[in-house]
Ligand binder design. Structure first.
Ligand code: FAD
Length: 290
């Protein structure tokens, strides 16, 4: 399997990349880590005339503390996120979810920007970004704009990115004190895409009651899904099994998962319910702790 012929550019700066992108328009595709794009090319599912390889844009490869949160350059490798001490202490759910993406060699090449721009509904990071209320900085020749994660994923493999735009930075606020988070998924084999997964972030007040809860699911729809009804079951309550079960039931009632050769819709719904309950339990155990 070989890719179709294409013209190849390897810009050295963001400015140069954006100029090329504007010049080539929809004939071009961005190449980052290549872990999703190259298989698509090899299977000839897409046939762009031009590839713009952003792999040399070191200016987009960083993990920084920023304004009460973290800013991550789009070219940051998934493995770097998994190993970053700053990420583990500020947004541990990102590191935890990255460890569940594919296999190590894939995470050494795959970038956070490529993962989010590819927008596979079964991907871990889009759901995590939804649960973190993250924001994405998109750059084009006309300037920059910021899009909330909740507005970014518009369909399966489809995002709010416009022609000529690059995802350049991902920003999320650090978890407040007395917060706990967890990402849990079930896949057929280690390294496979999730059959269902849940990202949970909860914050408690000084009395131990839950004051904020954010839950997002992957692999249960065309986009990652925020489970707001389930969140409402937790807020104001003291974390306990009965409430966790209620929240998980609300997830099962709210989602409309697809059925395919890997899992029926019914089975996927059950898995999502299980993942939600277990992720809430783990997040609650971690409040104020690990
Ligand atoms: C065997 C295997 C197993 C995998 N398992 C998982 C898994 O379990 N979970 C998971 O989430 N992923 C999985 N992946 C995919 C992996 O995470 C990819 O790394 C990721 O989806 C794409 O990132 P990339 O940097 O490789 O992007 P690329 O493959 O280079 O690009 C992907 C798409 O995003 C666009 N793009 C890339 N960067 C940008 C940018 N900065 N701005 C705008 N558009 C951009 C490209 O044009 C392309 O359309 C797997 C891949 C393989 C090969």
């Amino acid at each position: 399997m070989k890719p179709p012929r294409f013209e190849y550019f390897a810009p050295r700066s963001l400015e140069e990349a954006l100029a090329l992108l504007a010049q080539c328009g929809e004939r071009a595709k961005i190449l980052a880590g290549g872990q999703s794009l190259i298989p698509l090319l090899n299977f000839r599912l897409i046939q762009p005339e031009v590839l713009i390889d952003i792999g040399r844009l070191r200016e987009l490869d960083y993990i920084r503390g920023s304004d009460g949160g973290m800013a991550i350059g789009a070219l940051t490798r998934q493995h770097a996120l998994e190993c970053s001490d700053a990420m583990r202490s500020s947004l541990p759910i990102v590191a935890e979810a990255c460890r569940q993406i594919g296999h190590l060699p894939i995470r050494h090449r795959g970038t956070i920007g490529g993962n989010l721009a590819h927008a596979d509904p079964a991907s871990e990071l889009p759901a995590v970004m939804l649960a973190l209320d993250a924001e994405f900085a998109l750059a084009g020749q006309a300037g920059r704009r910021t899009v909330a994660a909740s507005q970014f994923f518009t369909g399966a493999l489809t995002t709010a990115l416009r022609p000529g735009e690059l995802l350049v930075e991902i920003r999320a606020r650090s978890l407040p004190p007395r917060s706990g988070s967890a990402f849990l998924e079930i896949a057929r084999r280690k390294g496979d895409y999730a059959l269902a997964g849940a990202a949970v972030v909860i914050t408690c007040d000084g009395t131990g009651r839950c004051q904020d809860a954010r839950i997002a699911l992957c692999a249960v729809g065309a986009t990652p899904v925020r489970a707001r009804e389930a969140e409402r079951a937790l807020v104001g309550e003291t974390p306990r099994g009965e409430i966790f079960g209620e929240a998980a039931e609300r997830v099962a009632a709210a989602i409309d998962p697809p059925g395919d050769i890997h899992a029926s819709a019914h089975f996927r719904r059950k898995l999502a319910q299980y993942c939600t309950r277990r992720a809430i339990e783990v997040a609650a155990q971690r409040v104020g702790g690990a």
